[in-house]
Write a protein that binds this ligand. Structure first.
Ligand code: OGA
Ligand code: NI
Length: 340
């Protein structure tokens, strides 16, 4: 447990060498301005106008950015507040209260750890601690979740249920937008649902370290809830752009699988998390993933004479293996699956 940043980071004045990123991937100047063109989708209002309007807004955001902010999404404000609080409380507890979920075994279905799944072999450590667990169906996994704070299971159980339902709604709208048959994003593509909370303590040298390096998410889609502290950046048109924390919004981020299924019509954006020297930052990721044995391929209805398949079919577990082997996990895991 002594590896956890929360165990030692507040006692150091300078950044340990093992956290210093190479010159070409370190953030350097962290004062990147917010991107003011990232789409903000007001779900309730869009749906109130008409469903097709919501479909088109989401489709355009997914084509242009692969990422958008979702507001008026129907998940209760109090629940978002309680979720953020209970997660922050968790990371703030003394080590003895977190010990039961700490593990260095990446196959555990619930665990607290630091940096990546491969701490021992990674070139540079990441400036983050992470609590990650399966959460669908809840009954199969809830007994593995932290027992402390005492309301953790109740709050995160309800949160998982509501965000899981929201993800199904958004995927339905995307499905319509792409012209895929109803239910295309069914159980096989969405069954594995993960709750992943990132905790980024204040960092002595935010210009040299990273919470998460440049990456695309390996999954189908991510719903990210962030606190009010800035740290998420997206790589667009050859430069980094800040994603402004919006109160009670989800940042919806498409993963590699959405890009493949849409045959490249939708994009999976590269993004990263930077740190800062004064504030703790917490982000909560709800991640929708295919089953390991599900076959991922460009949807047949999107392939025709003028649009050939840009990716070959593969099993999701095959993709994950490649993704994890590309140690810096920003080095284009999709390259191996492209048809050229
Ligand atoms: C992630 C991620 C960004 C953030 O967990 O995959 O990109 O702001 N997180 O924490
Ligand atoms: Ni990510």
């Amino acid at each position: 447990m002594e590896k956890l940043l929360t165990s030692w980071s507040s006692t150091v004045k300078s950044l340990p060498e093992s956290y210093v990123f190479p010159v070409d991937s370190r953030p350097g100047d962290t004062n990147v301005p917010f991107c003011d063109t990232i789409p903000v989708v007001d779900l309730e209002n869009a749906l109130a106008r008409d469903r097709q309007h919501a479909v088109q807004l989401i489709l355009k955001a997914c084509q242009d950015y692969g990422l958008f902010q979702l507001i008026n999404h129907g998940v209760d404000d109090n629940l978002l507040h309680d979720t953020m609080n209970v997660v922050q409380e968790f990371f703030g507890m003394p080590n003895e209260d977190k010990a039961s979920v700490y593990s260095e075994d990446p196959t555990k279905k619930c665990r607290l750890y630091t940096s990546t799944y491969d701490y021992e072999n990674e070139k540079v450590h990441l400036w983050r601690d992470n609590l990650r667990h399966h959460c669908y169906p809840i009954n199969e996994f809830i007994h593995l979740w932290p027992k402390k704070p005492t309301r953790y299971r109740d709050v995160i159980g309800e949160y998982s249920l509501q965000v899981g339902n929201l993800s199904a709604k958004i995927l339905d709208l995307m499905c319509d937008g792409l012209g895929l048959g109803p239910g295309y994003f069914g159980d096989g593509l969405t069954r594995i649902q993960l709750f992943s909370a990132n905790h980024y303590p204040p960092c002595p040298s935010p210009n040299l370290a990273l919470g998460l390096p440049k990456h695309c998410d390996a999954n189908l889609i991510t719903f990210l809830l962030q606190d009010e502290i800035y740290g998420l950046q997206v790589y667009r048109n050859g430069e980094w752009a800040g994603v402004q924390p919006l109160h009670n919004a989800f940042v919806v981020i498409l993963g590699h699988q959405a890009q493949v299924i849409s045959n490249g019509k939708l994009i999976s954006p590269e993004h990263r998390a930077i740190t800062n020297s004064t504030n703790h930052r917490t982000s909560i990721v709800y991640s929708i993933n295919p089953k390991p044995d599900s076959v991922i391929e460009p949807a047949k209805v999107l392939i025709n004479k003028s649009n050939h398949a840009r990716y070959r079919a593969y099993m999701f577990k095959e993709f994950l293996k490649t993704y994890e082997e590309k140690k810096n996990y920003n080095e284009g895991a999709l390259e191996d699956f492209k048809i050229v």
